[in-house]
Design a protein around this ligand. Structure first.
Ligand SMILES: Nc1ncnc2c1ncn2[C@@H]1O[C@H](COP(=O)(O)OP(=O)(O)OP(=O)(O)O)[C@@H](O)[C@H]1O
Length: 351
């Protein structure tokens, strides 16, 4: 295990332990105040836990309240980079010099640092902005520069605190694709509120609530089959993971679903995920004939009121329908029905 973290911060009622494997991205999910930023601060060395231990590649970074002598490696000696929600760039330096700062302060020559910085700017798609000042960048460009800067110091561990939260929704899909590329094979802890980011960017999720880990496991499993009410609410979307074929995503349960592919197209036989909101789902007793919609035959497991609608849950999928429709269909747990959804309401991503 690359990162091992175990931290108690009494004042914040946080008592959290988890591990991140070498080259693995773990998403920390949880409601406001759950303790996610506290965990990042402990890993980065910005906050000392009352009790705990943080090791990276076996090297103790923080040790408190153990029988062993206390250890507190300062932030700049940890080989850890933290990327905050707001890109914190030095305003008086060019974008290139902002990115070159990390390698330079680790003792590399000015020329080598600038070369490395240029490579990273290219990697995140903003090489042509190298000479600008941070105030001449859009929010999305500044965040790309901040990603390049975080990576240029070649951290052993990258910590991302909601890297897309402050951005315009229009630029998030492109930045998400960039992050997917640069996070692959790195050891990363990603804090996010967004189930889709967790699904697409992380290998595993750790769900925390009120300062404790409440659920963890492979991202697709936890998000598609949430065990806690919180995770279900967070996911908020139907997600079907399966194998990509030319006619759509095929799941192990035998469902096939078509949708719009966003981002790099999955290759035949690769894993893909189809995502759609519960409000886009229609419920029918008989399979609709001659309709271009996706139709999935499912068994209702439960029904519950949900913001003025009835939420029907079946085979890990949710449909929100009106109370009248639920009554007319005479729905009850055990009912065999068809969930339908138009292909243009379904988004498909390669995994
Ligand atoms: N500087 C601080 N001093 C004291 N308590 C704090 C401080 N910052 C946060 N807390 C408290 O610690 C707990 C965990 O907060 P934390 O910021 O880690 O949560 P979070 O999961 O990151 O939340 P958010 O999603 O809102 O950023 C909360 O109860 C919060 O009120």
């Amino acid at each position: 295990m690359s990162l091992q973290l175990d931290a108690v911060v009494t004042e914040r009622s946080v008592d959290i332990a988890f591990e991140v494997g070498d080259g693995e991205t773990v998403a920390l999910l949880g409601p406001n105040g759950a303790g996610k930023s506290t965990v990042l601060a402990v890993a980065a060395g910005l906050l000392r836990p009352d009790r705990g231990r943080v090791t990276l590649d076996g090297r103790p970074l923080t040790v408190r309240g153990h029988r062993q002598r206390d250890v507190d490696v300062p932030p700049h000696d940890r080989h850890v980079s933290l990327l905050a929600q707001e890109p914190l760039l030095f305003p008086h330096l060019s974008v290139l010099d902002n990115v070159a700062f990390g390698p330079r302060s680790r003792g590399r020559s000015r020329a080598a640092s600038r070369d490395a910085a240029m490579r990273w700017l290219d990697e995140v798609g903003i090489a042509e902005l190298a000479d600008r000042r941070p105030r001449q960048l859009s929010g999305g460009q500044a965040q790309r520069a901040a990603v390049a800067r975080a990576l240029a110091s070649e951290p052993r561990l990258l910590l991302l605190d909601e890297p897309m939260a402050a951005l315009d929704v229009a630029v998030t899909p492109a930045l998400r694709q960039t992050l997917r590329r640069v996070l692959a094979d790195r050891t990363v802890v990603l804090v996010t509120h967004d189930a889709l980011d967790a699904l697409l960017l992380s290998d595993r999720v750790v769900v925390i609530d009120e300062g404790e880990v409440v659920e963890s496991g492979p991202s697709a499993e936890v998000l598609a089959r949430p065990r806690s009410a919180f995770t279900a609410q967070l996911a908020g979307l139907n997600m079907l993971v399966g194998t990509w074929r030319s006619d759509g995503v095929h799941t192990a349960e035998g469902h096939r679903i078509e949708g719009r592919v966003v981002g790099p197209a999955p290759r035949e036989g690769e894993q893909a995920v189809a995502v759609f909101p519960p409000r886009a789902v229609g419920v029918y007793l008989d399979r609709p004939v001659g309709s271009p919609r996706n139709a999935l035959e499912v068994t209702i497991s439960h029904l519950e009121p949900h913001s003025g609608q009835i939420r029907a849950r079946a085979d890990d999928l949710d449909a929100d329908i009106t109370p009248q429709a639920a009554a007319e269909l005479d729905l009850a747990p055990g009912s065999r029905v068809h969930f339908t959804v138009k292909a243009n309401e379904v988004t498909v991503y390669a995994m």
